[in-house]
Structures are given as structure tokens and as C-alpha cells.
Design a protein around this ligand. Structure first.
Ligand code: MN
Length: 440
């Protein structure tokens, strides 16, 4: 949680685009991803984003860098792999050692011979193909925004928006890992059963109320053994970092199928994540208390309660949704922001979600993905999905060109972004998490 020389706001990189104001990937960020040069048959491998480039960590190691520090060398040796799982499994100390070594290598004051080696290990992001950062064995999506849960609940149960368990249990469901795709992958409109209130029987066909969900994903670093719950004091040692997550949702399929066992086909056709994983170390300057629980809310049960979590279990990350329609793009018009929300408004911390997940004895493994659930705030423009923004389609959005949207139409592109900034620290970003809807 503490900051070190890698967070120094005065630190600058010899990669010029890393020093541009507002850059997502300054030298203080250094997120991990998996890439290869586009148009080649190269093996995908782990890279670190810096400015508009990617540092090929394994190439640096092969060229003789990172050998002064055993921990950094061992962590770098995991970066020749086509996924981050090996680095994730090595834990926080290895990740920190590699971060420190990469930071020193990319800093302006690096000795010239090292810089020359690193220059040869840089690939422009525009010339790279990016992959899912990890082999995701299991994916669990939570429901941690009380504003989202209250909004959605009040549409379906006006007299009891929040179910009695909400403020006691971090609610989640086991999602589908096989259909998680990396940003940029087109999303085919799902077909399925849907039955409107006026219909006598369900029909099968393309979803008529396709939606996105603005979420943060948390990657598990080191796992826990089956039968051995993770206590709150150790929870963050099991987290690797955060990414953007779009939990695409077919609301008509969901409304018909969700009782009594929860989401199923309405959410298993695609979930999109950003290619870059922002580490807990990069986020250290942006930790924050979670939102205060309302007067009269129960305190978390002891196994979900820890003073450090109360003090800085939150992430002061601003998350946004941007929408562009096919007509807007054809006319050269920019995407329009339709949501801005704060991750500090979540009711449950990532640590609480991880601890609750393992409290039964369930084992998490390196590369498992935990979703925050749709991040909504109290204000109307901080609602994290169209279901809430348009109140089930009753109040469609009007876009700058006059088009309206109750739910997503074919050709729509949804882009999620996120950033963290505060005085005394350099702003960091998450890159983009995008997907275009294609016809069923
Ligand atoms: Mn979700």
C-alpha cells in the first residue's frame, strides 16, 4: 500500500509519450498485458505499457537486463509466457521487484547502454496485437454498488428495492470464463428466450434490450488452498491488479430466466476486459476509504471487517462509459460520454469480496477474475448501465445527433475508460475497453 521511488511525481521517462500530460501510461503506472507484433506469428508474451509503447520484458531479460536482482530476474522470467498467470502466481514481492526494475530502466537517468537495449525491446501499441492478459480459470461477478442494486431493485420491487441480505453479504454469481474477450473483439447480439409481461408464452430471437455494465475487474494473484479461507488482513496480498470490465447483459433474457438461480445466458455470451492490468502498486497513491455506510446500516460481520480496509480499502478511480453509434462514426462525430462514476461509491471493497468468496473454503487461483458489479453513483449521470440510465427504456437517451437509445443497437460501440488522479501524484489511466455490437 505504501508508495516508493516508482511513484515519485518528478520521475520522467526517456519514452517521450509517457511524459505527456493526461497520458494513461506514464512511468508511474507500468501496467502489464500480453502482446505480439501485429501481423506476425510471434509467440504472445508479457509486456509493460509505457506511453504509446510496450516494453518486451522477456526480450530485456534475454539481452542481459534485470539480472542484478534475483526477485526481478525471476519475475521477468515469467514474462516470456503467453499469459500473466505465472507472474500472478509469484506474488506481490516479485511483482514489486519487477516494477522497480522496469521503472529504473525506463527512467530518464538510466545508463545509456541499458537504454539502448530497452529501445530495441519497445513495440508501438499501434503496431501490436493485444491478448487476454491471463488465462482466466474462473470468473465471479459481484453486485457491490448499492446505488445500482437500489435502482435495479426499485424497478422490479418498488416496495423493497434492496433485498434483506444486501448489506450483510457481498452478493455475486459465478460467471462464465470461456466467453471473456479482450477489448476490440466484436460482440454478437445474443438470441434467446424472452417473454414480455403482455406475452402469453416466451419467444426465441435476438435480444431486444442489450445492455452494457460499467465495472472494474480484479485479477487474483496468488491463490488460496481449498478449505483455507483468506482473512481480511491478507486479502490484498492475493490481488494482482485491476482492469476494466464490461459485463454485457441481455435484459430481456435476464428478466425471464433469472429466477430462482440468477444470471445465466443473459450474461454468458461475452464479457469484455481491457488488455492492461493496473497493479495494486500503481494504484497505491489512489487508495481511499469506502463510502460511509448510511446511518442504521449494519456493520460488516467480523470476518469482513478490518481497520485498514475501512481506512483505505477503496480505489479512488473514476470510471466512464462512452457511446458512439455507427451513424456518429460515419459522420466523423466523436463518442459521447454517457456515464461518469466513482469506484469509491461501492458498498463492498475488493478485499471484502475476495474474503467473502473464500469464506466457504472456495479456492481462488492465479488469474481468476472478480468483477465489482455495475458501478453506479447517486447521481443520474453516474448510472453504470442503460437499464438504469433509461429506466428500463422508459426514458431513452438522446444523443447529440438526435438519435435515441433505450438499449444498444447493432453498430453501437461502447467504450469504458478509467483514471485515477490526485494532487501530489501523477495521473494514471486504464486504457480502453471497447466492443462493437454486431447483428445476431
Ligand atoms: Mn455485472
Amino acid at each position: 500500500m505504501s508508495t516508493d521511488q516508482t511513484h515519485d511525481p518528478a520521475l520522467r521517462s526517456w519514452v517521450p509519450t509517457a511524459n505527456l500530460r493526461g497520458a494513461d501510461f506514464p512511468i508511474q503506472n507500468l501496467p502489464f498485458g500480453v502482446f505480439r507484433r501485429a501481423g506476425t506469428r510471434e509467440a504472445p508474451r508479457v509486456g509493460v505499457a509505457i506511453g504509446t509503447a510496450i516494453l518486451d520484458v522477456a526480450a530485456c531479460l534475454a539481452a542481459g537486463l534485470f539480472v542484478d536482482d534475483d526477485a526481478a530476474r525471476d519475475a521477468a522470467s515469467a514474462c516470456a509466457a503467453p499469459t500473466l498467470n505465472g507472474l500472478m502466481a509469484r506474488g506481490a514481492d516479485a511483482r514489486r521487484a519487477l516494477r522497480a526494475a522496469v521503472s529504473a530502466l525506463l527512467a530518464e537517468d538510466v545508463p545509456v547502454h541499458r537504454r539502448q537495449i530497452a529501445e530495441h525491446a519497445l513495440v508501438l501499441q499501434a503496431e501490436a496485437e493485444l491478448f487476454l492478459p491471463a488465462q482466466i480459470g474462473d470468473y465471479t461477478d459481484f453486485y457491490a454498488s448499492v446505488h445500482h442494486a437500489t435502482n435495479v431493485g426499485s424497478m422490479f420491487r418498488p416496495d423493497q428495492p434492496l433485498l434483506p441480505n444486501y448489506k450483510w453479504v457481498p452478493i455475486g454469481y459465478h460467471g462464465r470464463a470461456s466467453s471473456i474477450v479482450v477489448s476490440g473483439t466484436p460482440v454478437r447480439r445474443p438470441s434467446g428466450q424472452r417473454k414480455g409481461p403482455a406475452d402469453d408464452t416466451p419467444t426465441v430471437g435476438p435480444s431486444r434490450s442489450l445492455d452494457y455494465e460499467l465495472e472494474l475487474g480484479a485479477f487474483v494473484g496468488t491463490g488460496n488452498a481449498l478449505g483455507e479461507p483468506v482473512p481480511m488482513a491478507e486479502a490484498e496480498a492475493h490481488l494482482f491488479g485491476l482492469c476494466l470490465l464490461n459485463d454485457w447483459s441481455a435484459r430481456d433474457l435476464q428478466a425471464w430466466e433469472y429466477q430462482p438461480l440468477g444470471p445465466f445466458l443473459a450474461k454468458n455470451f461475452a464479457s469484455t476486459i481491457s488488455p492492461w492490468v493496473v497493479t495494486l502498486e500503481a494504484l497505491a497513491p489512489f487508495r481511499a476509504p469506502l463510502a460511509e455506510r448510511a446511518e442504521g446500516d449494519p456493520a460488516p460481520l467480523p470476518y469482513l471487517s478490518h481497520a485498514d480496509d475501512r481506512a483505505h480499502g477503496g480505489f479512488a478511480v473514476t470510471v466512464e462509459t462512452w457511446l458512439s453509434t455507427a451513424r456518429m462514426r460515419a459522420a466523423g462525430e466523436p463518442a459521447v460520454r454517457i456515464t461518469r462514476a466513482q469506484a469509491t461509491d461501492l458498498y463492498w471493497s475488493m478485499a471484502q469480496m475476495l474474503v467473502h468468496h473464500t469464506s466457504s473454503g472456495c479456492n481462488l487461483r492465479p488469474g481468476d477474475l472478480l468483477g465489482s458489479g455495475t458501478i453506479s453513483g447517486p447521481a443520474k449521470d453516474s448510472r453504470g448501465c442503460l437499464l438504469e440510465l433509461t429506466w428500463r427504456g422508459a426514458e431513452p437517451l438522446t444523443l447529440p445527433n438526435g438519435e435515441t437509445r433505450a438499449f444498444l443497437e447493432d453498430g453501437d460501440e461502447v467504450q469504458l475508460t478509467a483514471f485515477a488522479e490526485r494532487d501530489g501524484a501523477v495521473r494514471i489511466g486504464f486504457g480502453r475497453c471497447t466492443g462493437v455490437i454486431v447483428a445476431a
